[in-house]
Design a protein around this ligand. Structure first.
Ligand code: HEM
Length: 347
């Protein structure tokens, strides 16, 4: 792969509307992620860093078997796994120590009219996945700037109280695998082929209840956390807007990301609500999502596509995906889960 210095953000290829294709970023020049040695002088810095660490930010040429292994064992997220499988999110460095570009994942989240979910995806990528596999087989080596590690199990982003659908042990690297039993629990409450958002909230509650290591401090704290949450989400979007106009303040934006990631990390119930909140934001404007009893109900077929088949629902890139939908759905999921924990006398 020819090395191209300077990370000028490549223009996004206009997605052709044949269904279920992800915006084709792989045709983009494999420019280095932002910050990885932009400009002539830093190019040698990039080479020096690559030599010193043995870590490259170039797109890796993976065989289908290698890509499948990254998707199943490491990228244990219905969205990221599907983005890697479909080629929409190029894998960088290697199959053993896979990286991805933060700009690439943000671009996917910002597809569709007036979408800004990509700025929230930056949060997850920067805040939770800044460590890659080190020499000792632990996730303790800082990733190159502008990238994030695709080794999710064992990372800061994988937490107690998760569903167990895509990973057998959130603490153990490479423990990814698909569980039909756990997925069946997610869709157990489905009616007419759709799962209501509040049913996903109840599912999250039972995952927390079934994991003695899970930390869910309770409603009062949740109320406080959500207030901070809404405030911080506003700051995330503001940072995104400033970045778009070229006057972002990297230190300030890093602080916002760190604050919000800490918030999601403090309470595993809210952590899971934040992840399923992303799914709710992604499917919010799907033609297959319906309002049922005053709340959204998501298509089991589309959830199965992403969790099990690693395929994006047809037309997803043309749907509006907003940080506002993320914050409001995360709040609704948190409250539904807390109510279920109270009903089950967990508190
Ligand atoms: C629109 C984009 C995204 C959607 C729809 C999404 C959706 C989800 C969902 C629904 C889960 C819960 C899976 C479960 O509990 O079994 C999840 C888990 C996860 N996601 Fe994503 N995600 C998105 C973006 C990201 C990004 C950008 C990252 C990191 C760079 C990420 C990292 C993770 C990790 C580490 C987990 C596992 C957490 C755990 O232990 O439960 N996700 N994601």
């Amino acid at each position: 792969m020819p090395r191209i210095s300077g990370p000028a953000t490549p223009a996004v290829a206009t997605p052709r509307h044949d269904t279920a294709r992800t915006p084709d970023t792989s045709s983009q020049p494999a420019s280095k992620p932002a910050g990885w040695g932009a400009g002539a002088s830093s190019t040698s810095a990039a080479e020096r860093r690559e030599k010193a660490t043995g870590v490259s930010t170039n797109v890796a040429q993976l065989s289908d078997v290698q890509k499948e292994a990254v998707v199943q064992k490491k990228a244990t997220c219905p969205f990221i796994g599907t983005a890697v499988q479909s080629g929409g999110l190029p894998v960088r460095n290697s199959a053993d120590k896979p990286l991805a570009s933060i700009d690439d994942v943000a671009r996917l989240g910002n597809t569709g009219p007036n979408s800004d979910l990509g700025e929230v995806l930056r949060l997850f990528a920067k805040g939770n996945h800044a460590q890659m596999m080190g020499m000792g087989g632990k996730l303790d080596m800082p990733v190159p700037p502008g990238t994030f590690s695709l080794d999710f199990p064992g990372s800061q982003g994988s937490h107690a109280g998760d569903s167990g659908i895509l990973q057998s042990d959130p603490r153990a690297p490479n423990s990814g695998r698909f569980s039909d039993e756990a997925f069946a629990r997610l869709i157990a409450g489905a009616k007419d082929g759709r799962v209501k958002r509040s049913d996903i909230g109840k599912f999250i509650a039972h995952n927390v209840m079934n994991d003695p290591r899970a930390n869910a401090p309770g409603l009062k704290t949740a109320g406080l956390l959500i207030r901070d949450f809404a405030k911080l989400t506003g700051e995330v979007v503001e940072q995104g807007a400033r970045k778009a106009t070229g006057n972002s303040n990297p230190v300030e934006s890093r602080q916002v990301y760190e604050k919000l990631t800490r918030l999601l990390g403090e309470d595993n119930l809210i952590g899971s609500a934040g992840e399923f909140g992303l799914m709710a934001a992604l499917l919010a404007n799907s033609p297959n999502t319906r309002q049922v009893g005053g709340e959204p109900a998501y298509s089991v077929a589309e959830l199965t596509m992403m969790f099990k088949e690693k395929k994006f629902p047809p037309g997803w890139e043309s749907w509006t995906k907003s940080s506002h939908d993320w914050a409001s759905s995360t709040l609704a999921l948190t409250v539904a889960a807390e109510k279920e924990l109270i009903k089950e006398k967990y508190f």
